[in-house]
Design a protein around this ligand. Structure first.
Ligand code: DHE
Length: 531
């Protein structure tokens, strides 16, 4: 008996020491992976992998990225993002360690609930004590905000004189278009790590900020300017803020009708519907969140009644709601990550990034009404519309192929593919301009920008204002007479062109200027600009 106990004890201690040796080895591997992460990844992906400029690298966020793909991304970089390739810097063993590390649950708390949001609120200036009139003179509708990624700043520019009015610090790594209040007084920014900032243009001051999430995609503002919706990767939710003080009005977890949780790819305002539209990344559902009774959904005594008409009469649907901002669910055949809406906001054109199927979904009837064969990975969010030979057409750049896809919006057929000198990211025009501008964002010709004649769908000029440097993202002045283009480089520039003669009018040095946003074009949902 004694011998048996001794043997068992010896066996147990052997097993234990083998286990603790294995634990030690695993800990060492983890430690070394963490070191690699801190040295090479943390500056973009954040402390504790919680995300900053790059997405959060946590198992919760990587459900649709398999390990071999993650290995490939670290090796080769990722197209259409700032993710560089690491195969010259790291050995394959180090890359394998990093891949294992990012699929390991973090010890950090991943919750960011309504109390965290409230606690993060910073009031920089008391709005009541600030002037009610602009402290400078300019056409308030022809101002631009230019985001400068190089040193995380933004410039407020006079769109008549092209003189800067203010330059101020922003949060780290802004992404997506800032959104203006309908009167153009305030502009709201979102950073990738969830900070929302409200800047008072009249007083040239950032007045209030809040951290709405750990990892944010983008924001949209309601027609009346009272609510801002924030779409998030982490947590999986949307946060609706009161724009007055950025206090949370509602936090909605993004869970589909089967109980599956999803990241939010993007949020949009649909002005004629008086609704927010929410694109869900991991489930086959789109949400419409009406924020007012004026758009066709009436919220009354705990019920939402959908009165939108599909050529027919009467109610389409009623569903029970708990409080304001009810969710109207639209089920889809496939995942949809990238969106474009027709000008009436009745149909949406959507694609999944890795798929070649474009879907057209009628938001009123919740039905798919057409499929469009879309190769080349269109960047639908940058698409624009104009009239061509008496009908409305839609044009989108492609992230993987050098072409602009042009679609007839009556029958959803691709009517032309305009060959470009490389894959592009952004496209712009203005109703007063005969031209649409499209950049070549990727590849050896990234210094080039094409000018397309909207009447012939032909490229009429290709410019390269700063050889070797990426030229990208344009925006027009309020009247469409001038075009502002970024030279997207640390030693970059903002170049102003005459929109008709295409001659350069002015060059302003800037630090990696990215997007630029004209108050009038944005607040009036001008067809040639992003919304
Ligand atoms: Fe963007 C807008 C998604 C990478 C610069 N980008 C948007 C929007 C979406 C989107 C959904 C529309 C939101 C809005 O404006 O409200 N972007 C994505 C991606 O999924 C992608 C490919 C991967 C990712 O990292 O998230 C991506 N985007 C980039 C970049 O790498 C860019 C070039 C540099 C950066 O800032 O990270 C970039 N995206 C922009 C800009 C806009 C934008 C400048 C606003 C364009 C506009 O004119 O409104």
């Amino acid at each position: 008996m004694k011998i048996a106990i001794l043997l068992f004890t010896a066996f147990a201690s052997l097993t234990l020491s083998a286990t603790s040796l294995a634990d030690d080895a695993e800990n060492d591997i983890n430690k070394s992976a963490k070191k690699l992460y801190t040295a090479h990844c943390q500056s973009c992906h954040g402390i504790e992998r919680l995300g900053a400029m790059g997405p959060a690298l946590l198992p919760e966020n990587l459900s649709r990225l398999r390990k071999p793909k993650a290995t490939r991304v670290i090796n080769e970089g990722r197209v259409a993002t700032q993710m560089p390739s690491f195969n010259q810097k790291l050995t394959s063993n180090e890359i394998a360690q990093l891949v294992d590390y990012i699929y390991t649950p973090t010890q950090a708390a991943l919750n960011w609930n309504i109390s965290d949001i409230k606690a993060s609120n910073i009031v920089h200036f008391d709005q009541k004590k600030l002037a009610e009139k602009p402290v400078f003179e300019a056409d308030m509708m022809n101002l631009f905000i230019i985001v400068e990624l190089g040193d995380h700043s933004a410039t407020l520019l006079n769109g008549d004189t092209f003189e800067p009015i203010d330059r101020f610090k922003t949060r780290f790594a802004l992404h997506g278009g800032p959104k203006y209040s309908p009167d153009g007084r305030y502009v709201f920014f979102a950073s990738r790590d969830g900070w929302i900032s409200k800047y008072d243009i009249y007083n040239l001051k950032t007045v209030v900020e809040v951290r709405a999430a750990i990892n944010t995609r983008n924001i949209a503002i309601s027609n009346d300017g009272q609510h801002l919706i924030v779409g998030n990767y982490l947590p999986n939710n949307v946060v609706i803020l009161n724009t007055r003080d950025l206090s949370p009005a509602k936090v909605i977890d993004t869970i589909d009708s089967n109980g599956v949780s999803s990241r939010v790819s993007a949020v949009y305002n649909a002005p004629p519907r008086h609704s927010f539209i929410v694109a869900l990344k991991d489930v086959k559902e789109i949400w419409e969140i009406p924020y007012s009774d004026q758009g066709g959904v009436e919220v009354y005594k705990g019920w939402a009644h959908d009165y939108r008409k599909d050529g027919g009469e009467g109610k389409l649907e009623s569903w029970k709601v708990e409080d304001p901002f009810p969710i109207r669910r639209i089920e889809t055949d496939d995942f949809i990550t990238d969106f474009f809406f027709d000008p009436q906001y009745i149909n949406l054109i959507g694609t999944a990034r890795n798929n070649h199927n474009g879907q057209v979904i009628n938001l009123d009837t919740k039905k798919k009404i057409a499929a469009i064969a879309l190769t080349g990975m269109p960047h639908l969010g940058s698409g624009i519309t104009w009239d061509y030979q008496g009908k409305a057409i839609f044009a989108s750049p492609n992230i993987k192929e050098g072409k602009i896809t042009v679609i007839d919006m009556d029958n959803w057929q691709v009517i032309k593919e305009i060959k470009t000198e490389g894959p592009g990211f952004f496209m712009r025009s203005h109703d007063n301009s005969p031209y649409a501008w499209a950049d070549v964002f990727f590849g050896p010709n990234k210094e080039k920008v094409h000018v397309i004649d909207k009447r012939t769908l032909e490229i009429v000029k290709t410019i390269a204002p700063s050889p070797g440097k990426n030229a990208a993202h344009v925006e027009f002045t309020k009247d469409g007479k001038y075009v502002l283009l970024s030279v997207w480089d640390e030693d970059g520039e903002l170049i102003v062109y005459d929109a008709n003669t295409l001659a350069i009018v002015k060059r302003l040095p800037m630090k990696k200027p990215s997007g630029k946003y004209n108050v009038y074009n944005k607040t009036h949902y001008e067809r040639g600009t992003s919304h």
